[in-house]
Design a protein around this ligand. Structure first.
Ligand SMILES: Nc1nc2c(ncn2[C@@H]2O[C@H](COP(=O)(O)OP(=O)(O)OP(=O)(O)O)[C@@H](O)[C@H]2O)c(=O)[nH]1
Ligand SMILES: [Mg+2]
Length: 394
């Protein structure tokens, strides 16, 4: 078997290729000064996505935040102060910008062709922040929201700072939004006082806001959005299982379309490395420690051949239908794709555990205690057993 060594791979370059392949949704963040726009963005995506001073002014009053390694592009509008003449300028600015994006997105059609919509540049959805602290929905808010709706943009109201008002006031604001804006709204607060958080927990709708945001994006833009989220590890796991791993299992099957001798199984290693880095990136672990990528890559490189041999000798593939009799001498499409799927499952589980420990429990962890051959082997065996059970139960 060709001896791959970790030095043969440029892990950062592979991570760069993965980033380039992910389409990013453009989200417009609107609302008055102090409404809590920046707080909402930091809460949902983490502070790194829209760091102060890292934005590019695209037009007067609108700043674009686009980090190379983040899956979303945010357009933050400089808020208006209630009761100033800046208000009408705000609406004109936002409208002008949305129009510009839309015009840039419609490519002139060739003869005999319908207009081709390029998704890249247009605004995909709007989060309109209204502070509950102000206790009212202004005419200005209503006006801008109606303008955006008329442009057929998905608009959600993010009702911010709900820790700043009582239940009765909250109901009155919600009625105002329902009656005058006719858009979906979500109650939020970033208050971090434990007693306030406990009191609010039944009212907060962060998860609903995120679900709305995903549902209103084109399928092709969802991966970028989900990978940019802070936390939300279950949503990330679902994305990995349903979208990311299948990408690589079909790649692996392609390599083995003509069954490859067992001795060439290392041909699958680059696919498995890229898949592993993709999974790691989706959980946000690539941000955590620069050389984690090379650790993960190295484990995959050094373990892949051994794992395949071990999986074969433990007869785990027999649990998978369609492997046939060639087993032992060649790797066919079923072996290649199920081996890759099992490895994807193992890496995803390990990353999930790391991300939970690091992001949710704030622990300092020893990466090698998670990413090692033993853990990968045990989880891969688990994957084969689950497949076998699924098979037997129809
Ligand atoms: N109590 C409370 N205060 C909040 C909440 N969200 C934001 N704030 C405070 O409100 C102020 C404004 O919040 P920002 O997130 O900066 O508001 P913004 O809309 O980005 O403001 P501009 O960028 O100036 O337009 C800050 O002092 C925040 O700490 C919240 O949920 N509860
Ligand atoms: Mg701000």
């Amino acid at each position: 078997m060709k001896d791959y060594r970790p030095d043969d791979f440029d892990f950062n370059k592979t991570l760069g290729e993965i980033s380039e392949g992910i389409k990013k949704p453009n989200i417009l963040i609107c609302g008055a000064t102090g409404a809590g726009k920046s707080s909402v963005v930091n809460y949902v995506f983490g502070a790194a996505v829209a760091r102060i001073g890292h934005g590019i002014p695209v037009t007067r009053g609108i700043t674009k935040y686009q980090q190379a390694d983040a899956g979303v592009v945010l357009y933050d509008t400089e808020g208006y102060e209630i009761g100033t003449e800046k208000i009408s300028k705000y609406k004109a600015n936002v409208e002008g910008w949305v129009n510009e994006c839309r015009d840039a997105a419609i490519k002139p059609a060739k003869k005999d062709e319908t207009d081709h919509q390029d998704l890249t540049n247009q605004i995909h959805e709007v989060w309109y922040c209204i502070s509950a602290g102000n206790k009212r929905v202004t005419d200005m808010d209503i006006d801008v929201i109606q303008m955006l709706k008329a442009k057929k943009l998905p608009v959600a109201v993010v009702l911010t700072q709900i820790d700043n008002l009582d239940a009765e006031e909250l109901l009155a604001m919600e009625a105002a939004i329902r009656n005058h804006c006719q858009v979906e709204f979500f109650r939020t607060s970033v208050a971090d006082d434990p007693a306030v958080k406990r009191a609010l927990q039944d009212y907060l709708q962060w998860d609903e806001l995120i679900r709305w945001a995903i549902d209103h994006l084109d399928e092709s833009l969802r991966e970028g959005f989900i990978s940019a989220l802070k936390g939300n590890l279950e949503a990330k796991k679902r994305l990995i299982n349903h979208k990311i791993i299948p990408l690589y299992t079909s790649g692996a099957a392609g390599v083995a379309l003509t069954p490859i001798p067992f001795s060439d199984a290392a041909l699958l290693v680059p696919i498995q490395i890229k898949m592993s880095l993709h999974i790691m990136k989706t959980y946000g672990l690539d941000q955590k420690l620069g050389n984690l990528s090379s650790l993960v890559g190295s484990v995959v490189v050094s373990e892949s051949g051994r794992l395949l041999a071990q999986t074969l000798s433990a007869n785990l593939f027999k649990l998978i239908p369609g492997v046939g009799t060639a087993i032992g001498t060649t790797v066919n499409t079923v072996v290649a794709s199920s081996f890759t799927a099992a490895m994807g499952y193992a890496i995803s589980e390990i990353c999930f555990r790391c991300a939970t420990a690091v992001f949710e429990e704030g622990k300092e962890i020893e990466w090698a205690e998670y990413f090692n051959g033993e853990n990968i082997t045990a989880l891969m065996a688990e994957w084969f057993k689950v497949k076998d059970r699924d098979k037997r139960h129809g």
